[in-house]
Ligand binder design. Structure first.
Ligand SMILES: *Cc1c(COP(=O)(O)O)cnc(C)c1O
Length: 384
């Protein structure tokens, strides 16, 4: 493999921060205890590490540790939140509201509930990807139990008006579930200020390990567990805890809390540099989705007249994506870009660029130069 490769796919996953790896290693070795073992020091030491991590995750979310339930990742957290709240609040209504631009983990779980008797309203975004609050207002009915709207989008990076959404839900008496897998650790989140009742998190999107995540459950909100077993995690998620993963998640949250601001500024500057390089040398480069508010590391670009697949093949040393990682295995055009109402040609030429912690100015300049050359060549082939 090319040693000069450049990773620009930080929305699919992020590399494990070496500091996080260091904090995890002892828990693969001498500190192997089961956090649920109450009768000896092996267990106590694991439990202590888990509780420290729970505190760090809670602090980054503006929550209390008792409101954090560790899971295997955001997909599990989403399933637990949506199925669990639907079950617990079934007597209070039969209607759910979500958005067409949600991650498949949310859309498919909501549709699963739809096949089990729930009525579902799937709101379309405005052409810039943001939710129209007036649409939300009119979608919430007296029978609406829950509204599911993500924080930041995993394809176009746009950041929804979460605080306003939370206020509308509160006023209308619906629970607010927020998939914050992309936003957590990148932009400030405060579940109190934002009025979030349930929130899904994933460690591997903020330089932590894969296979670890959490569900924030506001105090007093009921969620029915979706797995039977030993009653771990306040009875909400049975199963022996993934102690090394949880320790890494906690450490990743601590690092994000300290570095989010300067790193956000650095990524914004790298993104500005990349976009201005591309747009100054190439005509027909369009940004998909609202330019702001957007995750600092996200760019979703369409290169007029060039298919995304051929562009990616022309720059094999640069890790890019045509959409979400799951949809890139199938030739289906992105459901997110489609819901913006963009023409097919623009969707077929869309590339998702995700900048992250490891990227340097030198890499960004090299990637831009390679992309410019590849786009010129592909356009030239078509013209010939
Ligand atoms: C990655 C992602 C998920 C799934 O998270 P996993 O921890 O990989 O299960 C869900 N929602 C969004 C927005 C994501 O980016």
């Amino acid at each position: 493999m090319d040693t000069n490769r450049i990773y620009l796919d930080h929305h699919a996953t992020t590399p494990l921060d070496p500091r996080v790896l260091d904090s995890m290693l002892p828990f693969f070795g001498a500190r192997f205890g089961n956090a649920a073992s109450r009768s000896h020091s092996f267990g106590w030491e694991a439990e202590k590490a888990v509780e420290a991590a729970r505190k760090a995750v809670a602090a980054l979310a503006g929550a209390t540790p008792r409101e954090i339930v560790f899971t295997s990742g955001a997909t599990e957290s989403i399933n637990l939140a949506l199925k669990g709240a639907a079950e617990a609040y079934r007597s209070q209504g039969d209607h759910l509201v979500t958005m067409a631009t949600e991650h498949h983990a949310v859309l498919d779980t909501v549709r699963w509930l739809g096949r089990r008797g729930w009525r579902v309203t799937e709101l379309r975004p405005r052409p810039d990807g943001l939710l129209d609050l007036a649409d939300l207002e009119s979608a919430i009915l007296p029978e609406t139990v829950l509204v599911a709207v993500m924080h930041a989008n995993n394809e176009i990076g746009v950041v929804q008006p979460v605080r306003e959404i939370g206020a509308v839900c509160r006023r209308k008496g619906a629970l607010f579930f927020c998939d914050a897998a992309q936003a957590f650790g990148k932009i400030p989140i405060d579940v109190s200020r934002d009025g979030i009742d349930l929130m899904a998190l994933s460690a591997h999107k903020l330089y932590g390990p894969k296979g670890t995540g959490a569900l924030y459950v506001r105090r007093g909100i009921r969620v029915s567990p979706q797995m039977e077993g030993g009653g771990h995690e306040f009875g909400l998620r049975s199963g022996t805890l993934n102690v090394p993963g949880i320790v890494g998640f906690g450490d990743a949250c601590g690092i994000a809390a300290r570095e989010m601001e300067p790193e956000g500024r650095r990524l914004r500057e790298l993104r500005r540099r990349l976009l201005s390089h591309l747009q100054s040398e190439l005509p027909g480069v369009e940004v998909n989705g609202a330019p702001e508010p957007r995750l600092p590391g996200n760019l979703n670009l369409s290169f007029d007249g060039v298919s995304a697949e051929s562009l990616m093949m022309a720059v094999p040393e640069i890790a890019l994506s045509t959409g979400s990682a799951c949809s890139s295995a199938t030739p289906e055009p992105s459901h997110v870009l489609k819901s913006l109402g963009l023409p097919d040609s623009r969707i077929r030429s869309a590339i998702r660029i995700g900048l992250g912690r490891g990227n340097t100015e030198e890499e960004i300049d090299r990637a831009a130069t390679r992309l410019v050359a590849a786009v010129r060549k592909l356009r030239g082939l078509q013209a010939a």
